[in-house]
Design a protein. Structure first.
Lengths: 114, 115
């Protein structure tokens, strides 16, 4: 089956630094990837839609200058949290859409900003 | 804007009991509805996907029904086992716009099956 990986699975960083999270589709090409954020005991909230070779589309209320998304190839999208603050601590999950429009989810990245 | 609600938020049952998880959505114009399982600190595993034209889907002990007109879906898990303990998420994809593949998620139902 289709597999999506994320790296790293956990990251702890200091306030003010930037963190990059990678999302890869391992056995299929994904023209579209999605980035979600999940706070404890809450649902997944879509942050942005990432299209290969073009700018990401951000959901209302998501700062595009803070959450930089790059979808440079059909198998890789990256999310960079710039100048991270403790309130950015969350569980970030990506998903990738295959040619049949099915979405496959990565295992998530736990970000802790101290 | 599509709103997805899941009730109850948490559920604890003894092993062997059947589970009934509810999901409701405000906009009935959906393309499909999907049920996911999420273990603590992990990503999502797709369980069942129901197209808007379907009434139910089954996989093993799992059965999901869809009543699009009333904006409801129910996930049934028969003969629950401790390994079924997890959070179950419901997500809908809207029918419009057609090229919009976004999913709207409910907050989930956290299930605990006691041995």
């Amino acid at each position: 089956g289709a597999v999506v990986s994320q790296h790293p699975s956990r990251v702890i960083c200091k306030s003010g630094t930037s963190v990059k999270i990678e999302c890869r589709s391992l056995d299929f090409q994904a023209t579209t990837m999605f980035w979600y954020r999940q706070f404890p005991k809450q649902s997944l909230m879509l942050m942005a839609t990432s299209n290969e070779g073009s700018k990401a589309t951000y959901e209302q209320g998501v700062e595009k200058d803070k959450f930089l998304i790059n979808h440079a190839s059909l198998t890789l999208s990256t999310l960079t949290v710039t100048s991270a603050h403790p309130e950015d601590s969350s569980f970030y999950i990506c998903s990738a859409r295959d040619q049949f429009h099915e979405q496959y989810f990565g295992p998530g990245t736990r970000l802790t900003v101290t | 804007k599509q709103e997805v609600t899941q009730i109850p938020a948490a559920l604890s049952v003894p092993e062997g009991e059947n589970l009934v998880l509810n999901c409701s959505f405000t906009d009935s114009a959906i393309y499909n509805l999907q049920w996911f399982r999420q273990d603590p600190g992990k990503g999502l595993t797709s369980l069942l996907l129901i197209q808007s034209s379907q009434r139910e889907q089954t996989s093993g002990r799992l059965n999901a029904s869809l009543d699009k007109s009333s904006g409801r879906s129910t996930l049934y898990i028969a003969a629950s086992q401790p390994g079924d303990s997890a959070t179950y998420l419901c997500a809908v994809r809207n029918a419009r716009p057609l090229n919009d593949y976004k999913l709207s998620f409910g907050a989930g139902t956290t299930v605990t099956v006691r041995a």
